[in-house]
Design a binder for this molecule. Structure first.
Ligand code: SAH
Length: 211
């Protein structure tokens, strides 16, 4: 299979909805086929989520592009990702930001993502095994935070880890379907925008769903 051609085809499809050229360029540099299980590689450039084991999924490319675009990255930012999963979203963020801190609750996924991102040459990504507290407070505050699992409500713990003016993108809703929110943190009030419906695996732990 010609992955380069398939990747170019996907980017062309995404370009009909996603206006930020930098996001499209970043996605054209990351080999999604490396982040999916061998048996799924033929589908790596279809615009859909794919299983990555342990009941988890690598998100749909369109949703990844939409969430990344809404973080408004310019290259200077320190970004936090909740849910490293395959590491694919982390790689895209690393193409667009200064430093990516990503946390994952499942040890095997964290280990695999770390080794793959290392072998692809990424030096500006730190993969951490998640702690009970949501996020990664020890390196806060972050310029942008992306949550790649569905939360029951906008997590206060993450708003606390964001700079004033920072963007938090998070799916909020039930365990099975959510609405994607972009929250821009203000000094007094936050601005909340909806980016539409989505389906993510549940965010597990403190400030989120029970196992
Ligand atoms: N961004 C990933 C998508 C992974 S799916 C990718 O590009 O492949 C969501 C991931 O969030 C799962 O791997 C799940 O184990 C993880 N997760 C769920 N709750 C979490 C929490 N509280 N902290 C860290 N990771 C969490």
């Amino acid at each position: 299979m010609n992955f380069e051609a398939a990747r170019a085809g996907l980017i062309k499809h995404l370009a009909t909805e996603i206006r930020d050229k930098r996001v499209l360029k970043a996605m054209s540099r990351v080999p999604r086929e490396r982040f999916v299980p061998l048996g799924e590689r033929h589908s790596a450039y279809e615009d859909m989520p794919l299983p990555i084991g342990f009941g988890q999924t690598i998100s749909q490319p369109y949703i990844i592009a939409l969430m990344t675009e809404s973080l408004e990255l310019t290259g200077e930012e320190k970004v936090l990702e909740i849910g490293s999963g395959s590491g694919y979203q982390s790689a895209i963020l690393a193409e667009l930001a200064r430093l990516v801190i990503t946390v994952e609750r499942l040890p095997t996924l964290a280990k695999e993502a770390k080794s793959l991102l290392g072998s692809l040459g990424y030096k500006n990504i730190e993969v951490h095994l998640a702690e009970p507290t949501l996020g990664w407070p020890s390196e806060a505050p972050y310029d942008a935070i992306i949550v790649t699992a569905g939360a029951p409500k906008i997590p206060d713990a993450l708003l606390e880890q964001l700079v004033i003016g920072g963007r938090l993108v998070v799916p909020v809703g039930s365990r099975y379907e959510q609405e994607l929110y972009k929250i821009t943190k203000g000094r007094k009030k936050n601005v909340v925008q909806s980016l539409g419906g989505c389906r993510f695996v549940p965010l597990i732990g403190e400030d989120a769903w029970e196992k």
